[in-house]
Design a protein around this ligand. Sequence first.
Ligand code: GLC
Length: 645
Amino acid sequence: MAMGTETALQFLYGAMPHDFCSQRGISNYASPLGSPLKYRKKHPKNVQFAENLKRTLKKSLKIYALQRGGNPYFGNTTVGRPYFPVCCCKQSERISDIAGNGKNASWFTEIDHKKMNPYMDEAGIQGVLGLEEIRHLKNDKEDSGMGDVTPRNIPHQEREPSTENEAWRLLKESVVYYCESPVGTIAANDPSDASVLNYDQVFIRDFIPSGIAFLLKGEYEIVRNFILHTLQLQSWEKTIDCHSPGQGLMPASFKVRLVPLDGDDSPMEEVLDPDFGESAIGRVAPVDSGLWWIILLRAYGKCSGDLSVQERIDVQTGIKMILRLCLADGFDMFPTLLVTDGSCMMDRRMGIHGHPLEIQALFYSALLCAREMLAPEDGSADLIRALNNRLIALSFHIREYYWVDMRKLNEIYRYKTEEYSYDAINKFNIYPEQVSPWLVEWMPDKGGYFIGNLQPAHMDFRFFSLGNLWSIVSNLATAKQSHAILDLVEAKWSDLVADMPFKICYPALEGQEWSIITGSDPKNTPWSYHNGGSWPTLIWQLTVACIKMNRPEIAARAVEIAEKRIAKDKWPEYYDTRRARFIGKQARFYQTWSIAGYLAAKQLLANPDAAKMFMIEEDAELVNALNNMFGSSPRRKRSKKSFII
Ligand code: GLC
């Protein structure tokens, strides 16, 4: 598509109500708050026209809801099932219209979803595997030499469904509705908690395990709505003290609010209100949101069989906006994405500014997913070239410089410093004194992991779980490295899993280090919250990683441990202490991603094939380019090659 046309479409899709746009295949909605449009400054005339058009159309499409008392606990957020029983919303009708009449209408029907979903099976919905079953399953598979693991092979066994049933009930109660359509899940749903802060919002990253659980259950609508509504929020103009972050940024969270249409006594209108960090604690930019959004979009297509969402022009534009933001040139010397502290799951100061592993693993994953989903067209050739080059450079950089095991530690221990040359071995001028005593003790003989961050003269040797697990899932780690990470998880079980999986990072910052790095954060005291706390939601990423490496028994063991107490403990957000013995001091109860993470793990263990929705085979071009790069002995010589594929 010519650039001019694309620009025009971008401009229009922000401006037009859904009913109007969908007829042109642009399917998007009017910005419910009438927020300024992206291209306003550049095209004043067009925007004026669009604004007038929007106003006229919006009048006829207004969303009305009866003003009710609202939810006593969640203010104006519509959670569970409507607190606002009447909501005549044209927009949601349109979604149903598309669902009912579009070319992929069948994926909304119970009968057809199984046909369309290559990964689902009855057992995927109902089945629960215990550790023993997983062992049988694995042995059977190895004995028979079969590559295919399907739940049909699993011997039937008495099951105790109560924890799972409760989890499903709670997950469903956490669903947030916008104009009567499900659009996400609330972060925490504890009616007895009076101070909800922003836990009454739909967080993008928190919704991922919910989305996966719903996808695996064949409930696709909520995921589709989530993808399309958050896409719409991406294009809003946002400012923090007169400064606008880059276009393409996805919000950290959003909330469904009720606002009066005209005056105080008038009917209420539902609006989606995003938070891009402008009101978040610490004002942190959610860099991970857009990356997760791309990953979920691909998983949705894989699982539902409905590729029409990723093929939509507005969705393609959304993918490109995220990519452009991430691939934009800056001052960087490294291919890793440079971010501030708190830009991902650890959304407050934890000393992870710079090039944290979690962001790099998600970035790599999102690049691969986008590469697969982007429609080939002349206008995006440069973007695809930049993407390919970045993929190669990024995987080389992480695999080579972030990796530590006994051998590498010994190498660092003997590093020479102040090497001024192209061929320096100690490229980042790391002082060997950084190999601290805990690490010398902790590193197992068998196993290894990616460090948390790499900067000039600084290696953050902490083990960050999400980054390491997602490096396995996304292929950022080689097969050998992936196995070594799981070897380390097994060897360090009592540190990383202990009484509740899974430790967010190891070890905790203590003493002066804690005080300087966290800013004396009372929520992040040693072995609590982000600082060495244990987060049940991480079970699902552990499960995907273990299934990928054909070692599901590791995840099954972790799930069994979680199952012993997670429901009794009221599904807390996180646990404290070295061995995760206490419920987190400030942990929310009924935290949705703890519930959904558990459910997703159970479903995946019951139907390991379903984990394929996250797997991407590296194609021959990519593998060749990587081999060339490693083959050129990069640790010794300066590579003069640049690879363009
Ligand atoms: C906390 C977590 C963050 C999560 C949010 C909502 O701030 O650190 O990752 O998204 O709670 O659950």
